[in-house]
Design a protein around this ligand. Structure first.
Ligand SMILES: *[C@@H]1O[C@H](CO)[C@@H](O)[C@H](O)[C@H]1NC(C)=O
Ligand SMILES: *[C@@H]1O[C@H](CO)[C@@H](O)[C@H](O)[C@H]1NC(C)=O
Ligand SMILES: *[C@@H]1O[C@H](CO)[C@@H](O)[C@H](O)[C@H]1NC(C)=O
Ligand SMILES: *[C@@H]1O[C@H](CO)[C@@H](O)[C@H](O)[C@H]1NC(C)=O
Ligand SMILES: *[C@@H]1O[C@H](CO)[C@@H](O)[C@H](O)[C@H]1NC(C)=O
Ligand SMILES: *[C@@H]1O[C@H](CO)[C@@H](O)[C@H](O)[C@H]1NC(C)=O
Ligand SMILES: *[C@@H]1O[C@H](CO)[C@@H](O)[C@H](O)[C@H]1NC(C)=O
Ligand SMILES: *[C@@H]1O[C@H](CO)[C@@H](O)[C@H](O)[C@H]1NC(C)=O
Ligand SMILES: *[C@@H]1O[C@H](CO)[C@@H](O)[C@H](O)[C@H]1NC(C)=O
Ligand SMILES: *[C@@H]1O[C@H](CO)[C@@H](O)[C@H](O)[C@H]1NC(C)=O
Length: 884
């Protein structure tokens, strides 16, 4: 476990550059020795090789094999007809029979589906089949159950492609199997109970799939099992009691499923248990104190559950072995038991969000001399922490989170802490002075957001050689102190929501490792410094400042998000954006850009959000395809012309979002701790989306001069939630194809010159809660259906010929150009309530929960792994290192 942590935490910029721009790898050729290979075996192998495509090494993803990071390597390329197959890379033969007994093609850049008659079936004597870290897709072939000599089977980490479908129950025929790893794929369906026949199994890892249902009771037969991980699936039911039969079990990971109920008190029967991670489920009730008295128990992870009431440790005579205890983010309440001081072997302790609701005697922690990680954030206590005293308790502390608590003193002379603190989280502690003592620590991660610190950001911060993450946001800083010397390790700098004024300081360009820069919501003025072109930024947000001038000509190729909305920028969008092939979000809303429609952006393969709202863009918007675009807002500009009837045919993402994000990803748009935001008109209200759900879709063309008919192809955008075409010059009928937009929640076609009837099909759209047809020339019967009946009159006003039961007596004067009545206040309240809950759904995440999302499965997104908060990763270390 430790090895993994150290290794990944040292991968830094080098990896990102390699990652972004690819790397090469030279093949190692086989060394010929005596010929052993049996021709039938050779033919089967060559055939197997040809069943798959071998990808180029560059742009492939790093592999993790046995907790070690490995570069992909195309093993099968060296397989030649005229050489001895027993010497081929990845092959081991039985020296007597010449049969292949081991096939190891882990991390070999293979892509493709398994054939149902794969030649694998001819390798009868295989005992070891290792195929992890490739890009297999489709289901596991059921013939796997015929390889009856298998003892080890590893199909893990093919989740980046689409290795999916159910786990074939024929796996239960592999009775010699001791090692089975299917983790980090997209397998679905239930766990076949036949796995309970694999009596010799010692290691079983099914984590990181979409597996549903309960753990089969047949698992009670797996009495050789020492490691079991089913974390990060969709399993449910209560704690699987059958597991209490497994007396050799030492590692049990149930984290991130939907398990409910209590954890049984007789869990002590698992006398070999050293690790129990049930984090992020819905376990409730009291924690059994017997869990802590299992003699061998070293690690308990039960954070993010609904465990309630008090924490009890029972009778403790000698110091327990427990080294890691994670019970944060539950509903635990009451005093923290003083017996915690007996757990002197603790190295990591998370009691965050423990509702003490009273005073806390912090000296109980002073006995925990071995602590390296301590999370006491949000204790809900009346006691103010004397940070100087507190730090003097510990001799080994490296990571400390005291966010959401209050201090009596922070700023006395620095306490000698040895070795030094690496991570310090003091978010929302009401502190008013910069914590100067951090200067003498070995800071890698410093979060002092949401406080009341005024004045200059001290210049010494930029000299800290190891600082990679700095969060200053939501304070009242007014300026940056500079320094001559600069550390090179700063990767993420958050300084939004402060009172910074003046130019963006150019020393920022000297922070050469910078990847995320968020200076939004300040008062920066002047132009964007051109020297920024020299950085390899992944995220740049300068939103909501007072910047003028143009965007830098040579925009960074590495960007995934560029947000310069709400400034005073002018000019055109730089054509160099076309090289930003990772770009997902481009937001230039509310500036003075004066340009034609950037149709050339359609070549960006990942572009998901394009916001040109409220600028001086003009001209027609050519027929184009945006394969990944799901939010497009070009409203309040001067676009004109008509749209061909098949205009939207190639906007594939809105046709079908597909597997656009995974459960192991964050569900909001963004990178690492940065979340994208935007302003959007929805249901007639302008709202700021502080976070944007990855499944959200919207199309806003309003406030332009578009004319002609609304393209019929709009009916293809089946994923669309918000459609706003208002305030243009559209003519003709409302296309009945709109009736196919089953996800639609908000539709605004007001202030056009539309004629004909409102399509009756719209009456069947059950999510459609806001519609506006006002100020057109619509006629005929208004569709029935509750959605229509709930609309108020203003939605229909100023249409000459609309009638129908949906327009009841309240709507007397809908034909008049201006409303005579304000809508009923009751209705309005209801509408408002809906909107509020919608905002809550969009924004609804608290920082504590964010920990849970940032876990070690980022491998499958294009985000490099080091982007995770090391604190969170440490917290989740048990779960992110489950491969044997
Ligand atoms: C892979 O590399 C070969 C030559 O090295 C090249 O011809 C081919 O286009 C590359 N394929 C891809 C998908 O990049
Ligand atoms: C994984 O690595 C450990 C040492 O780090 C080693 O003991 C073990 O045999 C390795 N397992 C495999 C399957 O390579
Ligand atoms: C389990 O392994 C033992 C040897 O370790 C073997 O004798 C036995 O047959 C195996 N059990 C099954 C069901 O294959
Ligand atoms: C527990 O294991 C024994 C064999 O050791 C087996 O006979 C029994 O059926 C198992 N019980 C459950 C509930 O699986
Ligand atoms: C553990 O307790 C449960 C009830 O809570 C009981 O059903 C089960 O048989 C017990 N198992 C063992 C191994 O004692
Ligand atoms: C920075 O980190 C390195 C390696 O971890 C360490 O040797 C060095 O002492 C650290 N620098 C400071 C100022 O703490
Ligand atoms: C800013 O910090 C204050 C506490 O100082 C907090 O109440 C507020 O919610 C924070 N605002 C944001 C936008 O995070
Ligand atoms: C921050 O700036 C705002 C407006 O720019 C001002 O109202 C406020 O007083 C400033 N706060 C501090 C603490 O300087
Ligand atoms: C946009 O630029 C053109 C000249 O290139 C100018 O004629 C036009 O007035 C500008 N539009 C706005 C709204 O500034
Ligand atoms: C709605 O979609 C179906 C197929 O999904 C299609 O057959 C039908 O023509 C569409 N209706 C309209 C009005 O476009």
């Amino acid at each position: 476990m430790k090895g993994f942590w150290n290794l990944t935490s040292t991968i830094s910029l080098t990896l990102s550059i390699l990652f972004l721009f690819g790397y090469s790898y030279e093949d190692v050729s086989a060394v010929p020795t005596t010929h052993l290979c049996r021709p039938d075996q050779r033919d089967a192998l060559l055939q197997f090789k040809n069943e798959f495509e071998v990808l180029n090494s560059s742009f492939a993803y790093d592999c993790i094999i046995n907790k070690t990071i490995v570069k992909p390597h195309r093993k099968t390329v060296s397989w030649m007809n005229n050489s001895d197959c027993c010497n081929w890379e990845g092959i081991t033969c039985n020296p007597n029979s010449g049969e292949v007994i081991e096939l190891n093609l882990s991390c070999s850049n293979l892509r493709g589906k398994f054939h149902s008659k794969s030649s694998l079936r001819n390798l009868h004597s295989l005992t070891t089949l290792l195929l992890s870290n490739n890009e297999f897709s489709g289901p596991i072939m059921s013939l796997i159950g015929n390889l009856s000599d298998l003892t080890s089977l590893d199909l893990s980490r093919n989740g980046f492609s689409d290795f999916s479908g159910p786990i074939p129950s024929s796996i239960g025929n592999l009775s010699y199997l001791t090692f089975l790893d299917l983790s980090s794929n997209r397998f679905s369906g239930p766990i076949p109970s036949s796995i309970g026949n694999l009596y010799n199994l010692t290691d079983l890892d099914l984590s990181g799939n979409y597996i549903v249902g309960e753990i089969p009771s047949s698992f009670g037969n797996l009495n050789q099992l020492t490691r079991l991980s089913v974390g990060l699936n969709r399993l449910n039911g209560s704690f699987p009691i059958a597991l209490l039969n497994l007396t050799k079990l030492s590692y049990l990971a149930l984290y991130e499923n939907q398990f409910t109920g209590t954890i049984p008190h007789n869990i002590t029967s698992l006398s070999k248990l050293t690790t129990f991670d049930g984090s992020n489920n819905a376990f409730a009730g009291t924690l059994p104190s017997s869990l802590f008295t299992i003699p061998s128990m070293e690690s308990v992870g039960l954070s993010d559950n609904q465990l309630s009431r008090i924490l009890e440790f029972g009778n403790i005579s000698s110091p327990p072995q427990l080294r890691e205890l994670y019970v944060g983010n539950n509903n635990l309440r009451g005093p923290i038991p003083a017996t915690i001081s007996k757990f002197t072997n603790l190295v990591e302790l998370d009691l965050s969000h423990y509702k003490t609701q009273g005073p806390v005697d912090f000296s109980i922690f002073s006995h925990l001399k071995l602590l390296k990680l301590l999370d006491l954030s949000h204790l809900d206590t009346t006691t103010a922490i004397d940070l100087n005293d507190f730090l003097s308790y510990f001799k080994k502390l490296e990571r400390l989170d005291l966010s959401g608590n209050h201090f009596s003193a922070t700023n006395k002379s620095p306490v000698p802490v040895s070795p030094l603190l690496h991570q310090l989280h003091l978010s929302g502690c009401g502190i008013t002075e910069f914590p100067e003592f951090a200067r003498s620590q070995n800071m890698e991660w410093l979060d002092i957001s949401n406080n009341k610190i005024k004045g200059q950001v001290p210049g010494w911060l930029w000299t800290l050689p190891n600082l990679t993450y700095l969060n200053l946001s939501n304070n009242t800083f007014t300026g940056f102190g500079n320094s001559m010397k600069h550390g090179l390790s700063m990767e993420q700098l958050f300084a939004s929501n402060n009172n910074f004024t003046g130019n963006i300081p150019s020393f920022i360009c000297d922070l050469r490792g910078l990847l995320i820069l968020d200076l939004s919501n300040n008062n920066f003025s002047g132009v964007i410094p051109r020297c920024m072109e020299n950085l390899y930024l992944v995220v740049l947000s300068l939103r909501q400042n007072r910047l003028h001038g143009g965007l830098p000509e040579n925009i960074f190729e590495s960007l995934t998000t560029l947000d310069v909305g709400h400034n005073k920028l002018t000019g055109k969008l730089p054509k160099s954006l076309i090289n930003s092939s990772f770009l997902e979000v481009l937001n230039v809303e509310s500036n003075f850009f004066n340009d034609t429609f950037p149709f050339w952006l359609s070549s960006l393969p990942h572009l998901k959000i394009l916001v040109l709202r409220s600028n001086a863009f003009h001209g027609p918007i050519h027929d184009t395809s945006f394969p990944k675009l799901q939010i497009v807002d070009i409203s309040q500009n001067h676009f004109n012309g008509s749209l061909s009837s098949d205009y939207f045919v190639k906007w594939s993402a809105m046709l079908s979002l597909g597997k656009n994000y995974d459960q192991w990803d964050d569900k909001y748009m963004g990178v690492s701790y940065y979340h994208d935001s935007m302003v959007l008109m929805n249901k007639g209200l302008e709202m700021e989306l502080v976070r944007i759900l990855k499944i959200y879709t919207a199309l806003d063309f309003s406030g332009n001069k578009f004319e002609g008919e609304i393209p019929r192809s709009i009916g293809l955008l089946k994923e669309l939630h918000v459609l706003n075409l208002s305030n243009n010059a559209f003519t003709g009928h409302i296309p009945s194809s709109l009736g196919n937009l089953t996800a639609l929640e908000s539709l605004d076609v007001s202030q056009n010159q539309l004629s004909g009837e409102i399509p009756q099909e719209l009456g069947e759209l059950s999510f459609l809660s806001y519609m506006n047809f006002s100020h057109n020339q619509l006629t005929g019967l208004v569709p029935g259906g509750t959605q229509f009946q709930r609309l108020d009159c203003t939605s229909f006003e100023d249409n000459p010929g609309l009638f129908g039961p949906s327009l009841d007596e309240d709507c007397r004067d809908i034909h008049m150009p201006t409303p005579h009545e304000t809508p009923e206040s009751e209705d309005e309240e209801e509408e408002e309530e809906e909107v509020l809950s919608w905002i809550a759904a969009v924004i609804g995440v608290i920082p504590g929960i964010a920990f849970g999302w940032a876990i070690g499965y980022i491998l499958f997104s294009y985000k490099p792994e080091w982007f995770m908060n090391p604190f969170a990763r440490n917290k989740r270390r048990i779960s992110s290192t489950t491969t044997h």
